[in-house]
Design a protein around this ligand. Structure first.
Ligand code: FNR
Length: 343
């Protein structure tokens, strides 16, 4: 049974990458409705602008991380090596893809390569929020992780023919696991967004970090739909809460929980706007993965260099010397995003 599970999971991981590249659906993250004022008197020199922050006890050079993508099958080794080299080049954190396949198969190479490349920089483990304590501990140990992401992906599982259908007890499991492991837990969505109500349930159990993983980028309903032979789920391609709407809803939880902004984060503007809505840092996945797979390491490096340069340009235009200054901005909210400002 296990060898069958491994075969199906390896095939699925490959198809996720293929279908991610094929995907055509576009939803808005709604950052277009976040408006920041030009500051005519920045009173700064460009060289004064600093972008480093501390994350999980380590200094990182930009408030951005590379989010979980893959691992466990042959092709994942080179993908993760490339992504880790990018993370290392800019001294930013990286999360490995779900380690459940690796735990089952014993093939750990494509996950461990991330720690090998990143040495003492920030690496995150990743498993389903359903995973038991023993598996979470083993996943952390596999990559000597600084923290662990526990992902929530009910919409993806429900549109997957062989997907999970059991969603009871996840909150209790997160609480049980998080109280017993030694590294911080980041509970994350995978592109469908987390509402303030959902985030509050995590605040109440003392979770320190949440990655709201909103709508507006990679679409796992479409990725699974392209694999699914029995039901057409294309009418659900717009399912989810846009990334900017999640952040806006969670703004009043400031101080209670640290929010990671992800889901369609593709530009310096998206990142700066997410910080102005009080995120701790932003996480990018699809934009970097696509550039790396389609055009190679150098092109992905250039993309990130330009994003980070433009972030600093925007900080200048806003008169913000540090990332903390960005968090103290008061952006104007307009259009559709304004409709999401509700209890
Ligand atoms: C993902 N993502 C993901 N997330 C997770 O927690 N565990 C995983 O194993 C994976 N696997 C995975 C594979 C592929 C091919 C992609 C593109 C993405 C989800 C990812 O971390 C992120 O939450 C979403 O992709 C939304 O961010 P972007 O892509 O819109 O920036």
């Amino acid at each position: 049974m296990d060898s069958n599970y491994i075969e199906i999971s390896e095939k699925r991981k490959k198809e996720h990458i293929e279908n991610f590249l094929k995907g055509k659906s576009r939803n808005s993250n709604l950052f277009g409705d976040v408006v920041l004022d030009n500051n005519s008197f920045p009173e700064l020199d460009f060289s004064e602008i600093v972008t480093d922050i501390t994350f999980l006890g380590k200094k990182i050079d930009y408030p951005v991380m590379i989010n979980a993508a893959t691992g466990g099958f042959d092709g994942a080794l080179e993908i993760n090596r490339g992504l880790a080299e990018l993370a290392g080049r800019f001294n930013i954190p990286m999360a490995v893809g779900s380690q459940s396949l690796g735990l089952k198969s014993g093939n750990h190479k494509s996950y461990k390569v991330v720690r090998e490349v990143l040495k003492d920089k920030v690496v995150l483990a990743n498993l389903s929020a359903h995973a038991n304590l023993d598996d979470v501990s083993r996943a952390i140990d596999m990559v000597k992780a600084d923290g662990v992401q526990l992902h929530l992906n009910a919409p993806q599982e429900m549109c997957m023919e062989e997907g999970d259908r059991h969603f009871r007890g996840v909150l209790d499991n997160i609480e049980y696991v998080s109280r017993r492991i030694e590294v911080p837990v980041i509970v994350k969505e995978v592109g469908f967004g987390m509402s303030k109500t959902s985030v509050k349930r995590l605040v109440d159990m003392g979770i320190e970090y949440v990655d709201i993983g909103g709508k507006g980028g990679t679409n796992f309903i479409e990725i699974e739909d392209l694999r699914n032979k029995t039901i057409d789920y294309s009418d659900l391609y717009d399912w989810g809460i846009p990334t900017a709407a999640c952040l806006l809803q969670c703004r009043e939880l400031k101080g209670d929980i640290k929010i990671i902004a992800s889901g369609g984060m593709e530009s310096a503007s998206d990142i700066v706007k997410s910080l102005s809505l009080n995120s701790e840092l932003a996480a990018v996945c699809g934009v970097v993965l696509r550039r790396y797979l389609e055009r190679g390491y150098k092109a992905a490096e250039k993309l990130m260099e330009e994003i980070f340069h433009k972030m600093k340009v925007m900080m200048m235009l806003l008169g913000c010397r540090s990332i903390e200054d960005l968090r103290n901005l008061d952006p104007m909210i307009k259009g559709e995003l304004k409709e999401w400002m509700r209890d």
